[in-house]
Design a binder for this molecule. Structure first.
Ligand code: ZN
Length: 299
């Protein structure tokens, strides 16, 4: 942590790091593709293309674009979110960064969360457990609503998969789904795993006849799911505990982004320092989302 603070103590150090991550081969103008530019003296960390004169700041087109917060603040927030073993709520972020407003902390966390899916990530492969679960959600008036028995009421449905290598879990995927039908679950599995994956599920009919996947469906007796599919069940129970612990219950709005945050941290649990780097690299390539998109209501 001290090493981090020393390395990224100034705006210049942060800008230089972003420059190297965005343009590892040297500056490339996003307008004309030209490689010659001047660093402007009048605007912070902004380059003017020698060919087309377009001005590009080191944060243009990244999640940090047009932010009034200093880069040091962004870096510190990314470090906390990526490396903290349980993650960090907006309220905790506000206090750690000594931010004046909760809304600023919330925005920072929401934007960083959107950089938690690497668009180039490889699908799960080898041996994969998959299952689906129901998680309770929090309403505006606060208490966690325990899922009711009727479908679609008081429920958030989540599909999950865990890749297992040598008896231990490696990477995971989680996705919000609309139902436990064949269409939803097969779309999830086929989007998450590589062809020829050895998939293990329970005998829920929705998983049957998955094209291109080798499939073991285990017939479960009562109470045996956590024994037959131990890793996906552990992932689901960790997810639920995390949602209650860090966020005091997850909300329906933006649920997928919270699942992405959980998976990001799970997949990098053994390499937390590399996680910071990954988060900023993805962040530097992620199109910024305006405030109205961040706060849109769940359908
Ligand atoms: Zn240009």
């Amino acid at each position: 942590m001290l090493e981090f603070q020393g390395r990224f103590a100034t705006e210049g150090a942060c800008a230089e790091y972003l420059f190297e991550r965005r343009w590892p081969e040297g500056f490339v103008c996003p307008g004309c593709g030209g490689g010659r530019a001047w660093l402007l003296k009048t605007k912070a960390f902004t380059y003017e293309c020698a060919d087309c004169r377009r001005q590009t700041s080191v944060t243009a087109g990244t999640i940090m674009h047009a932010s009034k917060l200093p880069l040091t603040m962004w870096f510190w927030a990314a470090f906390l979110m990526a490396t903290h073993s349980n993650g960090i709520s907006a309220l905790q972020l506000q206090s750690q960064l000594s931010l004046g407003s909760y809304r600023t902390a919330w925005m920072l966390a929401a934007k960083l969360r959107r950089a938690m899916v690497n668009p180039e990530r490889a699908p799960l492969s080898g041996l994969v457990e998959a299952d689906e679960t129901i998680i309770p959600f929090r309403t505006k008036s606060d208490p966690v609503v325990v899922p009711a028995g009727r479908s679609g009421v008081g429920k958030m449905l989540v599909a999950g998969a865990v890749e297992i290598d040598g008896g231990t879990p490696r990477r995971a995927r989680l996705k919000v789904i609309d139902g436990f039908g064949k269409q939803e679950l097969q779309a999830f599995v086929l989007g998450a795993v590589a062809p020829q994956t050895q998939l293990v599920t329970d005998d829920w009919p929705s998983y049957q006849n998955l094209p291109g996947v080798r499939h073991d469906a285990i017939t479960l007796g009562p109470m045996a799911a956590h024994i037959a599919l131990p890793w996906i069940h552990r992932l689901f129970s960790n997810l639920k505990r995390w949602g209650l612990g860090v966020y005091h219950g997850l909300r329906k709005t933006n649920l997928q982004h919270y699942l992405d945050e959980f998976v990001f941290r799970f997949n990098r649990r053994r390499t937390r320092h590399a996680a910071f780097d990954t988060l900023l690299v993805i962040g530097a390539r992620t199109t910024p989302a305006p405030y109205r998109v961040l706060i849109r209501k769940a359908a």
